[in-house]
Ligand binder design. Structure first.
Ligand code: ADP
Length: 407
């Protein structure tokens, strides 16, 4: 089976192709046989197309295209011709899996796309005004290019959709619930994948584990995964809630927003930009949203960079503690995504305060590794795992289980 995975955003499109017939030989999480991306921010009136295949073929080109559908079509052409060709015809693709950001309360699982699903994604646009339109457009464009092949929507919110009301309701007026103003949570595809992978690495059944998953990338969120279900998470109604992030503030006193509106005349768009683009590591350090650059500046003695890192860690620990309280115990902590997979400094500083619970890291020098690794000491009461998130593979697996359900 050949599964195409599409992650359609507002400023980029990323796609990859898995060939399951080539998987049988290895038990490893598979590499895709082709991947491609469109960067719409490259230059005015242009899109940058990059593609690679498993044999080392590469394409990089700036194309005079502004129409998103035309760009997607050009990207798919690299599957069937030129340096990166891996298929004879697009008709060889069996199914397309889409990352869809918002599935509201309705979708607790991935689903095969039909008109009803498309209507739901459209109806949920007010909750994800940037992402859901791009996701819907991706679905419809694939339909036009590939005809009526099966398509599967894999929602970033679905894994959190079983959270209890006490965890998902904001303490505003009760009417908020009726209006759909509640905690949805995001990064669900990643949290679910790494929690399942953690259970495999521990040789345990996920149905009896309490796992704290830390997705720390440009966007950062934690999830409390009990018996395989997300029972709490730090992102909320939007991806702005919770931890301090690259350029997002995370939770702030909502009174600050009222103050800024009243005293400084802030409007909706200015607040949106302030909290999403000019806050977090970038806002405090004044240097960058990129953790590597902020750490470099800290090491060179930069005061604001040092404060930014100290705050990032402080807030991470606070929220880790909150998730542990929701879990009522802890078997494993998982770190994943750009920062979580690569930063020994974050592992060490994040785990340090939990030594009193028996969380103990290995004493040898910890470092980044190609493979998933257990960084806890042998006698640690809690496993601490660094797992490379594989959202695309998780989407491909969702397609497989919908098309070929295990009896
Ligand atoms: P996204 O959320 O956009 O998918 P990523 O998961 O790629 O982002 O994470 C991006 C973040 O990971 C950036 O802040 C980057 O600095 C950080 N990162 C990547 N490599 C390292 C590293 N070696 N050490 C520390 N941080 C890193």
């Amino acid at each position: 089976m050949k599964i195409l995975v599409l992650n359609a955003g507002s400023s980029s499109h990323k796609a990859c192709l898995f060939d399951l017939s080539r998987l049988a030989e290895s038990n490893q999480t598979p590499n895709s046989i082709w991947r491609a991306a469109l960067d719409w921010t490259h230059a005015e009136g242009m899109v940058e197309l990059t593609a690679t295949n498993q044999e080392g073929g590469k394409i990089k080109a700036a194309l005079p295209i502004t129409d998103r559908a035309e760009g997607i079509a050009a990207m798919l052409e690299t599957l069937v011709q030129g340096q990166t060709q891996v298929l004879r015809a697009l008709s060889e693709i069996d199914v397309v899996g889409h990352r869809v950001v918002h599935g509201g309360r309705e979708y607790v699982d991935s689903v095969r796309v039909n008109d009803e699903v498309k209507d739901a994604i459209r109806r949920l646009i007010p909750l994800a005004p940037v992402h859901n339109p791009a996701n819907l457009h991706g679905l419809e464009t694939m339909e036009r290019i590939l005809g009526h092949i099966p398509q599967v929507a894999v929602f970033d919110t679905a894994f959190h959709a079983r959270m209890a009301e006490a965890a998902s309701t904001y303490p505003g007026p009760y009417e908020w619930l009726e209006k759909g103003i509640r905690r949805y949570g995001f990064h669900g595809i990643s949290h679910q994948y790494v929690a399942q992978r953690a259970a495999v690495m521990m040789g345990r059944d996920i149905a009896s584990l309490r796992i704290l998953t830390c997705h720390l990338g440009n966007g950062c969120s934690l999830a409390a995964v009990k018996d395989g279900i997300s029972i709490d998470t730090t992102m909320g109604f939007t991806p702005l809630d919770g931890l301090m992030m690259g350029s997002r503030s995370g939770s702030v006193d909502p009174g600050i927003l009222i103050y800024l509106m009243r005293q400084e005349g802030y409007g909706v768009d200015a607040l949106d930009t302030l909290l999403n683009k000019a806050s977090g590591l970038k806002g405090i350090s004044g240097i960058s949203n990129d953790m590597r650059l902020v750490v470099e500046a800290m090491e060179a003695g930069h005061k604001q960079a040092t404060l930014a890192i100290d705050m990032f860690i402080h807030r991470l620990r606070q929220e880790m503690g909150a998730m542990m309280a929701s879990l009522g115990g802890l078997d494993a902590i998982v770190f994943t995504a750009g920062i979580g997979e690569n930063s020994p400094l974050v592992w060490q500083r994040a785990c340090h305060p939990f030594e009193f619970l028996g969380v103990k890291l290995r004493e040898d020098e910890l470092g980044r590794a190609k493979d998933d690794q257990d960084i806890a000491a042998a006698d640690s009461a809690v496993r601490v795992l660094v797992i490379h998130t594989q959202e695309e593979w998780a989407i491909a697996q969702a397609c497989l289980s919908i098309l070929q359900p295990v009896a």
